[in-house]
Design a protein around this ligand. Structure first.
Ligand code: KG4
Ligand code: ZN
Length: 338
């Protein structure tokens, strides 16, 4: 079964063709980063306009790379939310039009759900598992019992981890997106140079908070004598604090639920220090950690098409009336009865 996936929730216009929820026939991602960089973050109006300009080309390219015509597609999957409403609507309108014109089934996918299950494009993971989605807008911990039964264990109470990376990068005059810039600069720095807080490490719940850490960096920079410490040391120390905080919570969840499997997803999961340190610490506790390849951590449409296959198989179809949902928590996600 060949599914065309469409993703336009933020600043990437993406289309992909995936066979049977497993084999990526093509995956095209058009990044708008260059257009948003001058503003230090994503400008919603620019995002929507760019999606409109390129989405048809991106879908054509995905079909071409897969060696397929539109008629050979068996179903269309699109991100319904969470994300920027104007941006989401572009993908949704195109997906509805293709589905209607070709009389192919349509499915509407939760973006967080797609991130969480992206790993299945590369590896099999036995259910149940603990999953963490860490991106620009979310830092969420889940217990996934099967593809459609997902419990929310905790989330950030303020900023997302990626958002903290982006904001601290701005303070350090590093270009957007901050995660990548901080990771690069941190390679030259000492992660123990500054002892930034590890927020909520002693709380028994599974929530996160990154706004205090961000403020701690701002205060540190304000008081700083610039010759004393390098920006690389600050970047490395901040990154280490985020990484330790994320690792602490997800290992705490694996212990509490007695589940030795951990799936890490979303843009921040591309962070090399997080990958390396978590793999190391988890191994000491006999926990297996699953990280998707870097191109499947950041936004892409292959994860949408792959999850779309499972929706279709379970007959969870969307009607043409569905709308974009800007805030769309996975915990309240209840698949429609078939
Ligand atoms: O999942 P994603 O591509 O888009 C959203 O759904 O938000 O995540 C984007 C976020 C941005 O905040 C970006 O700074 C962060 O992921 N990010 C990283 C890295 N690559 C992307 N953060 C830390 N290290 C990275 N290597
Ligand atoms: Zn995302």
């Amino acid at each position: 079964m060949l599914i065309l996936g469409i993703e336009s929730s933020c600043d990437e216009t993406a289309a992909a063709v995936v066979a049977d929820g497993k084999v990526i026939k093509s995956s095209v991602v058009y990044s708008q980063i260059a257009f948003h960089r001058p503003y230090g973050g994503v400008v919603p109006e620019i995002a929507s306009r760019k999606h409109i300009e390129v989405i048809i080309q991106i879908i054509d390219q995905a079909l071409k790379e897969a060696g397929l015509s539109l008629k050979e597609i068996d179903g269309v999957a699109v991100t319904q939310g969470p994300g920027l409403v104007g941006a989401l609507l572009v993908g949704i309108c195109v997906a509805k039009a293709i589905s209607f014109a070709l009389k192919r089934p349509l499915v509407a996918v939760n973006h967080l759900h797609a991130h969480l299950m992206a790993i299945f494009l590369e590896r099999e993971v036995s259910f149940p598992f603990i999953g963490m989605v860490v991106s620009g807008g979310h830092t969420n911990l889940y217990l996934a019992r099967d593809f459609f039964t997902i419990e929310s264990l905790g989330q950030t109470l303020d900023d997302a981890a990626g958002e903290a990376f982006d904001k601290v990068a701005k303070m350090l005059n590093l270009p957007y997106p901050g995660g990548v810039s901080i990771e690069k600069l941190a390679q030259e720095g000492n992660p123990r140079a500054v002892s930034f807080p590890r927020p909520m490490q002693n709380s028994k719940d599974f929530n996160f908070s990154f706004s205090g850490l961000k403020t701690a960096v701002a205060n540190f920079l304000r008081q700083l004598d610039t010759d004393q410490i390098s920006r690389a040391d600050i970047a490395a120390s901040f990154q280490e604090a985020v990484v330790d905080t994320l690792i602490g919570k997800c290992l705490q969840a694996t212990r509490e639920f007695g589940l030795p499997r951990l799936v890490i997803a979303g843009g921040v999961a591309a962070n090399k220090r997080l990958r390396e340190k978590l793999l190391n610490q988890a191994a000491q506790e006999g926990i297996e950690v699953y990280f998707p390849s870097l191109h499947l951590c950041t936004d892409n449409a292959a994860m949408v098409a792959a999850l779309g296959y499972h929706y279709l198989k379970a007959n969870k179809l969307a009607s043409y009336e569905f709308d974009a949902i800007s805030r769309y928590p996975l915990c309240t996600f209840h698949p429609r009865p078939s």
